[in-house]
Each structure stands twice: as structure tokens, then as C-alpha cells.
Design a protein around this ligand. Structure first.
Ligand SMILES: Cc1cc2nc3c(=O)[nH]c(=O)nc-3n(C[C@H](O)[C@H](O)[C@H](O)COP(=O)(O)OP(=O)(O)OC[C@H]3O[C@@H](n4cnc5c(N)ncnc54)[C@H](O)[C@@H]3O)c2cc1C
Length: 376
């Protein structure tokens, strides 16, 4: 026997919670199914671009009332060559995912969101309805499903999404530290096979998060050995790590991080946030895109809910909005990542940027939204 729901959101991270809040504020009831409890630490650089703040404010989520850090400057520090410093065109804030996701979750609950803690194991669609299977609860039926389950999950395999079957060479490591670091700075440090972001979050805590190739990592016994042999090739990064005291018991790690193209609608399920596509973390725009894609999706779903759009129109419109807003940023992310993973190209890029530092600002603009998200 299945339980009937109207609109379901799979995954209560940034994208899922934002979509839920938007829909609830428009009077559309939704249920979130989230496999983990709140709050949780997540592997993330934890810099969020200011472009989404007006939209979050409109939803009633006022992050600037939390003890966040204002980030205004960006420093590119290659393992060899000069460091290059520039202003962040729109600026951003440093906030841990532990605090940010919890804040959105409490907001969604206050608006009456129903949250089921369980793992979605399968979604199928027939006769204009979805059948959603859960690991521990009875299956649900729904008229609409939004998937916000992040980068990669067994669910992608059950939905036969092509990216799931291609192995990704990337893994990421993140932890919080106590170490002296400028309040308003994001540092991006390159090393052979990867790059590392360093910036402050709330309470004077420094987040250090890096992406590295699995081929570089597997030559070493553990994170510590890999760090000493590879990351410490960058003298600035070495100095930070050597002075830092880790706050978490263990660093968090994730692997199989895929930057391949993903379809925005899969078997009539609307894909938002990382489940619709993940931009390279070096762009620092994944969280803003997750929130922005939730907005685009929620607005389209509201039209469908009010009867002014058919399901086919809704799917087409969401897909085209996604490409219009994020297509160029995704491409720029791929180009930059390719450059930074080849030491010789990184050296050429660094030499070029030290002669023309304004180009760095231009590059940052290409990987972010051009202006704060319009809230109308
Ligand atoms: C190394 C690294 C560094 C990054 N740094 C930055 C940065 O500095 N700035 C930035 O803007 N972006 C950054 N990003 C990108 C950013 O973290 C993501 O784009 C963002 O988290 C996407 O949010 P989301 O809601 O789509 O996914 P998530 O936040 O991952 O949420 C997905 C949720 O779905 C749940 N879930 C998964 N499967 C199921 C299931 N089957 N059933 C029920 N629930 C499920 C999960 O538990 C999770 O809570 C980084 C990414 C990486 C990998």
C-alpha cells in the first residue's frame, strides 16, 4: 500500500530545502525526503557568492544575521610563481554547511514542511504519477518529484543516468581548523594534481578543502602522507597546514565527483542542484547555482501547479532556463580545471595573470552570476 503525497523533493541539502521554502511560501505543500539527520558537516569550500543573498532574504532566510564571515578578496597562489590578489566582484560569505543547511532546514520546518528521514531507493513514473520507494518506510505516490540528492547516489544508477557508469578521477578532503588567516580572503592554492581552497567560516574557524586526483592520492598510504608529499610542494599551503590545528576528529572525504553533463529532467523528475550538474569547485559557485536552480525550478513548478503550464511545458522550460543561466559557467569551469591540472599550463597562466591581473577578475565573473539574482 503506498501513501499519497502531492509534491516530493528527494534530498534536503541546499537545493532541496531552498525549493521547499520557495514552494511553501507560494502555498504549494511539499514533502522532503532526506536520508541524513541535521545538522551535518559536508565536504565543501563553504564560500557562498553574494549573488544569492537577495533571493534568500526574499525567502526570509537572512544569512547576514548569522555569525558569517564577509569574503571580499581572492588570492591565487600557484605552487611556483607569484601570488595574485584581486577583489571578488560580487563578494561572498563564509559559512559552514553545518550552520547553513540547519538554518534552511529550520526555516522549512517553520513554514510547515514535512520531512521524512529516509533514503529514496527508486523512482518510477507511469500514468502521470510517480511511485517512490524508500529504504524504511512504505512507498509514496506523488504527482511531481524534484530530485535534489546531490552529486551522486545509487538513485542515479536506478535511473540509469549515464554519468554514473563513468569513473571519476577526483576525490575531495575537507576539515575545519584553528589557524591565523585573513578574515576577508579566499586563498586558492594549486599543487600537482589538484587545488585547495582556504577561507574563514563562522566563529573564526578556517575551512580547508581540496580536490585531488585519485592517481596522485593512491601512491600514498593516507591523507597525511599525501598532504606532506604533494600539497606541501606549495610553500604557502605548507605553512598554513603546519601552523593549523584541526578541529574535526577526522577530515571528511568524498570520491567519485563527476563534472560530466547531466540531464536536467530524467524520467519526468526535475533535477536541481548538483543532481542537475556540478560546476568545478575551483569556481566557488556550486552553492549559488544549487540555490538558483531551486528558484528556477520552484517558479516553473508554481506555474504547473496553478494549471498555466503542462508537465511537458514545465520540463522544457526548466531545462532551457538551466542552460541559459548556467551553461557558460559550466564551460568556463571545465576550461579552468583543464588548465590548472597541467603544471606547465598553470605556469603560463600565472605568468600571464601577473602581467594582466585584471584578467583574474574577468575569469571570476565568467564563473559566477553577473549580478545578484533578481527576486521578482
Ligand atoms: C570539494 C568541493 C568544494 C566545493 N566548494 C564550494 C564552495 O566553496 N562554494 C560553492 O558555492 N560550492 C562549492 N562546492 C559545490 C557545493 O558543495 C555543491 O554545489 C552544493 O552542495 C550542492 O547542493 P545540493 O543541495 O545540490 O547537494 P547536497 O548539499 O549534497 O544535498 C544533497 C542532499 O541529498 C541527500 N540525499 C542523497 N541521496 C539521497 C537519497 N537517495 N534519499 C534521500 N536523500 C538523499 C543528502 O544526504 C544531502 O543532504 C564544492 C564542491 C566540492 C566537491
Amino acid at each position: 500500500m503506498s501513501v499519497k503525497k502531492d509534491f516530493l523533493i528527494v534530498g534536503g541539502g541546499l537545493a532541496g530545502l531552498t525549493a521547499a521554502i520557495h514552494l511553501l511560501k507560494a502555498g504549494v505543500p511539499v514533502t522532503i525526503i532526506e536520508k541524513n539527520s541535521y545538522p551535518q558537516h559536508k565536504v565543501c569550500g563553504e564560500y557562498i557568492s553574494n549573488e544569492v543573498l537577495p533571493y534568500l532574504n526574499m525567502l526570509g532566510v537572512t544569512l547576514d544575521q548569522l555569525p558569517v564571515t564577509q569574503l571580499r578578496r581572492f588570492q591565487f597562489s600557484p605552487s611556483q610563481g607569484r601570488q595574485i590578489l584581486t577583489d571578488l566582484p560580487l563578494g561572498g560569505i563564509g559559512i559552514s554547511r553545518y550552520l547553513l543547511d540547519e538554518c534552511l532546514y529550520q526555516h522549512a520546518l517553520a513554514l510547515g514542511c514535512q520531512v521524512i528521514q529516509d533514503k529514496v531507493t527508486h523512482i518510477s513514473y507511469a500514468s502521470n504519477a510517480f511511485h517512490v520507494e524508500l529504504a524504511h518506510h512504505a512507498p509514496l505516490t506523488a504527482s511531481l518529484v524534484i530530485a535534489a540528492h546531490g552529486k551522486r547516489d545509487q538513485l542515479d544508477e536506478r535511473l540509469s543516468r549515464p554519468f554514473f557508469y563513468k569513473r571519476s578521477p577526483w576525490l575531495a578532503v575537507k576539515a575545519h581548523y584553528k589557524v591565523a588567516f585573513p578574515d576577508d580572503l579566499i586563498g586558492l592554492y594549486t599543487f600537482n594534481g589538484g587545488y585547495c581552497g582556504v577561507s574563514k567560516v563562522e566563529n573564526d574557524v578556517v575551512n580547508i578543502c581540496y580536490l585531488t586526483s585519485y592517481s596522485s592520492f593512491r601512491k600514498y598510504k593516507n591523507i597525511k602522507e599525501h598532504r606532506a608529499a604533494i600539497l606541501y610542494e606549495n610553500p604557502q599551503l605548507r605553512e598554513i597546514f603546519e601552523k593549523a590545528t584541526m578541529i574535526n576528529e577526522q577530515p571528511l572525504t568524498i570520491s567519485q565527483i563527476s563534472f560530466l553533463n547531466k540531464r536536467k529532467v530524467e524520467q519526468h523528475v526535475l533535477m536541481i542542484g548538483d543532481s542537475g550538474g556540478l560546476i568545478h569547485p575551483l569556481c566557488g559557485n556550486g552553492m549559488a547555482m544549487a540555490i538558483h536552480s531551486a528558484k528556477l525550478c520552484a517558479e516553473t513548478v508554481i506555474s504547473y501547479h496553478s494549471g498555466t503550464m503542462s508537465r511537458a511545458q514545465m520540463e522544457k522550460r526548466y531545462t532551457s532556463l538551466w542552460k541559459q543561466h548556467f551553461g557558460k559557467r559550466m564551460l568556463m569551469g571545465r576550461i579552468l580545471s583543464t588548465l590548472l591540472h597541467q603544471q606547465r599550463l598553470t605556469a603560463t597562466l600565472t605568468r600571464f595573470l601577473s602581467v594582466f591581473p585584471s584578467v583574474l577578475r574577468f575569469i571570476i565573473r565568467q564563473t559566477h552570476g553577473k549580478k545578484p539574482i533578481f527576486t521578482g
